[in-house]
Design a protein around this ligand. Structure first.
Ligand SMILES: [Zn+2]
Ligand SMILES: [Zn+2]
Length: 440
């Protein structure tokens, strides 16, 4: 197929990148950028930098599109929001989880995306346009969103205009410093209030690192308190160093902090209790007369078939019904498998035994929401069907964090356990996610 003349002009010649630093992003630029590797080898150094910059503009354009789609979906969900109900997630939180699952990003990343999408759609139209035109990248759009957060409309408008005026020639760090200074001048009270708000949300955070280590941070404290703690620890570390400790100063600081925070041992009673639980029970595995991968594949096929044959506006209901139907059809076999095991199925109590808890936590190492990473030992063991008629059994328990426990009860969402450890989520948009046990 022949290329349109204006594109052929751009892609056809050996020196196509020369002097095109502001060729705008969009379909034409995408064509220019899709040359094979060997074409890059033919370019001069200067042209390679032009290509990198052009690809970055194209990325900004695509990100603007991604955010616009998210804002549109969030707007639709907000229209159907019911009033406050602590048992379920708000429409806003629920759409965040839809985005997390669909884009395979963490809950935090999705929350940031939804928030940015909404701000760009409602309050920062010029920033949205600048991103779409490739004049700024996503990092700078985030800076403008952050600094103008919770300021009054006219201040936001003014700051946005000032920010965009020089943003394409500044790094995100330079941009942040410049407009933060201006925001403090324009709205000192609001900036102070924002800081107090952030301090109210102060917390201790833990995360794991790729190297197999973990980190701990005191977050959102007033800077003077953080600097005071750091200076105190540093002074003690320098004292040790002066006395001849061979460890580097940075290592001494963290070793001191660890001693300060480590605190006393667990009371002996708790340790004894844990040891008791560990030897009284072993974890029986359920008799597995259905291969879970085969069942999961069958479910996937069935739902894909439904989604191929149903008009889009009926999809969420049709998917939910199809999933529930399969869950119903499997009920007898599920029961039969579980009753073969005298212990657990239909266990009268609400609380699972220590052995059952361990079995469930081993089956799913994290919360069973597809994008959630919270370790199951820090989750609740949720009765997939609420206790009574739901049983306290491996066929009806799965780890859910608090947030996803509420999501499960939110309008438009369902969670079913088709087979012990094989769960299926259906979403307000009519998507579905099959969650398998970790070990199959
Ligand atoms: Zn059971
Ligand atoms: Zn979760």
């Amino acid at each position: 197929m022949a290329l349109p003349a204006e594109i052929a002009e751009v892609v056809g010649d050996a020196r196509e990148w020369e002097g095109r630093s502001w060729f705008p992003p969009g379909p034409q630029l995408a064509v220019c950028l899709s040359g094979g590797k060997e074409r890059l080898a033919d370019l001069t150094d200067g042209e390679l930098l032009e290509v990198a910059a052009a690809a970055r503009r194209q990325t900004s354009w695509a990100q603007a599109r991604e955010l616009a789609a998210i804002a549109e979906l969030a707007g639709r969900r907000a229209d159907g929001d019911s009033e406050d109900d602590a048992r379920v997630l708000s429409a806003h939180e629920s759409v965040t989880d839809e985005v997390a699952a669909a884009l395979t990003v963490t809950g935090n990343a999705a929350a940031t995306l939804v928030h940015l999408a909404e701000r760009l759609a409602d309050e920062l139209p010029a920033t949205r346009q600048a991103l779409e035109a490739g004049r700024i990248d996503l990092a700078k759009a985030r800076v403008i969103c952050d600094v103008t957060e919770s300021l009054s409309g006219d201040v936001v408008e003014h700051l946005e205009a000032v920010a965009l005026d020089k943003a394409s020639g500044q790094t995100s760090g330079q941009l942040r410093r410049r407009i933060t200074r201006m925001a403090r001048r324009l709205a000192p009270d609001a900036i102070e209030e924002r800081k107090r708000d952030a301090v109210r949300g102060r917390r201790l955070e833990v995360w794991e690192n790729p190297s197999g280590t973990a980190s701990l941070a005191l977050c959102d404290l007033p800077p003077e308190e953080i600097h005071a703690i750091y200076n105190k620890i540093s002074a003690a570390a320098r004292g040790l160093k002066a006395d001849g400790d061979p460890r580097p100063l940075g290592v001494l600081r963290v070793d001191l902090a660890k001693q300060l925070l480590g605190g006393p041992e667990f009371p002996a009673a708790v340790s004894a209790l844990l040891a008791q639980a560990a030897d009284t029970e072993s974890s029986p595995q359920p008799a597995d007369d259905v291969a879970i991968p085969a069942l999961a594949a069958m479910v996937e096929r069935r739902l894909a078939d439904v989604s191929d044959h149903v008009p889009p506006d009926e999809l969420p209901v049709a998917i939910r019904q199809a999933a529930q139907e399969m869950h119903g059809k499997l009920a007898q076999r599920r029961d039969a498998v579980c009753q073969g095991d005298d212990e657990a199925h239909g266990r009268p109590g609400y609380r699972p035994s220590a052995a059952l808890r361990r079995e469930i936590e081993t089956r799913h190492a994290t919360c069973v929401f597809p994008s959630c990473n919270r370790p199951s030992r820090r989750c609740d063991l949720d009765h997939t069907i609420p206790w009574r008629p739901g049983t306290t059994c491996r066929c009806n328990l799965a780890p859910l964090c608090r947030r996803h426990h509420r999501l499960k009860q939110s309008p438009g969402w369902t969670l079913l356990q088709l087979w012990p450890g094989l769960l299926i989520w259906t979403t307000p948009a009519g998507a579905w996610y099959i969650v398998r046990p970790d070990r199959t």
